[in-house]
Design a protein around this ligand. Structure first.
Ligand SMILES: Nc1ncnc2c1ncn2[C@@H]1O[C@H](COP(=O)(O)OP(=O)(O)O)[C@@H](O)[C@H]1O
Ligand SMILES: [Mg+2]
Length: 238
C-alpha cells in the first residue's frame, strides 16, 4: 500500500472533526473522497500532510510512519498537495510560479519516466507554455488551477492530493481540469481527489470513500457506488 491512513482522530479545539477516519491508496490509483460540505474531507487531507495534527491514528506512507510530521517533511517524502484555495502567486509569471514548486532532491527519487520538469509540463499542458511570461493573476480560473496543480507536479510527487480542483469553474474548464488529472494519473501519479462534482469524480476514480459527519460512511468501487442510489442519497445529494 502506498498510503495507509488508519483511524485518525482530529480535533479543532473541542470539536472532534475526524472520528476514526481511515483510507488507503495503492500505486496507480485515483481514489475519490466525497461527501457534503463540512464533513471533514479537507481536514482528512490536512491531517495526512501535517497541516493539522491528529490526536490519534496513523499515517503510513511508503511503509513509514508520517503521523504528526511537518508539512515540509511530508512534501519532501513525495506527497504533493493542491489546496482548495489555489494559492498561486498572482504577481509572479507563470514560469516563476512553476519554479516555486521545485523541491530540491525530489527529482532523483522518482523513476525518470515519472519525472516532471518544465519541458514535460509544457508538453502536456501547452497553454502554460503559451502563457509562461504572463503574470499568474491574469490567467483564467481554470488556467490558475492548472498552474497550481503543475506547480505541485514540479516537486515530483509520488502521490498527489487535490482538494476540490473544479470548484467555481465553468463546464468547459471543469472538463479541462478533469482531463488534466486523468493525464497526470496516466503518466504514473496516483491521486487522492476531493471533488464535489460526482460525475467528474466517478469518471476518474476507481474507488470512492464517502464521508458522513466526521467519519467514513461508505467505501467501495465506483461501480458499487453507481449501483447504490440509497448510499448516494444518504451521503451525497442535498
Ligand atoms: N480551522 C478550523 N477551526 C475550527 N473548525 C474548523 C476549521 N476548519 C474546519 N473546521 C470545521 O471542521 C469540520 C470539517 O471541515 P472540513 O474538513 O473543511 O470539511 P469539508 O472539506 O468536508 O467541507 C467542519 O465542521 C468545519 O466547520
Ligand atoms: Mg473542503
Amino acid at each position: 500500500m502506498l498510503l495507509d491512513v488508519k483511524n485518525l482522530n482530529t480535533y479543532y479545539g473541542d470539536s472532534h472533526v475526524l472520528q476514526d477516519m481511515s483510507l488507503t491508496i495503492a500505486e496507480g490509483e485515483i481514489v475519490a473522497l466525497l461527501g457534503r460540505n463540512g464533513m471533514g474531507k479537507t481536514t482528512t487531507m490536512k491531517s495526512i500532510i501535517g497541516l493539522v495534527k491528529p490526536k490519534s491514528g496513523r499515517v503510513i506512507y511508503q511503509g513509514k510512519d508520517f503521523t504528526g510530521r511537518e508539512p515540509y517533511q511530508v512534501a519532501k517524502a513525495g506527497i504533493g498537495y493542491v489546496p482548495e484555495e489555489r494559492r498561486i502567486f498572482p504577481n509572479l509569471s507563470v514560469l516563476d510560479n512553476l519554479k516555486m514548486g521545485i523541491k530540491a532532491g525530489r527529482a532523483g527519487k522518482v523513476q525518470s519516466k515519472n519525472r516532471w520538469d518544465l519541458d514535460r509540463i509544457y508538453e502536456h499542458f501547452p497553454v502554460l507554455k503559451e502563457r509562461s511570461a504572463q503574470k499568474g493573476g491574469t490567467l483564467s480560473g481554470g488556467e490558475q488551477q492548472m498552474l497550481a496543480i503543475c506547480r505541485t507536479l514540479m516537486g515530483n510527487p509520488e502521490l498527489l492530493l487535490v482538494d476540490e480542483p473544479t470548484e467555481g469553474l465553468s463546464p468547459i474548464l471543469v472538463k479541462e481540469v478533469r482531463d488534466m488529472l486523468d493525464d497526470i494519473n496516466k503518466a504514473g501519479v496516483p491521486i487522492l481527489l476531493v471533488e464535489h462534482n460526482l460525475k467528474v469524480a466517478m469518471s476518474l476514480a476507481s474507488r470512492v470513500y464517502l464521508m458522513g459527519k466526521a467519519h467514513l460512511g461508505f467505501s467501495g468501487t465506483v461501480e458499487e457506488l453507481d449501483a447504490n442510489p440509497e448510499i448516494r442519497a444518504k451521503y451525497l445529494e442535498v
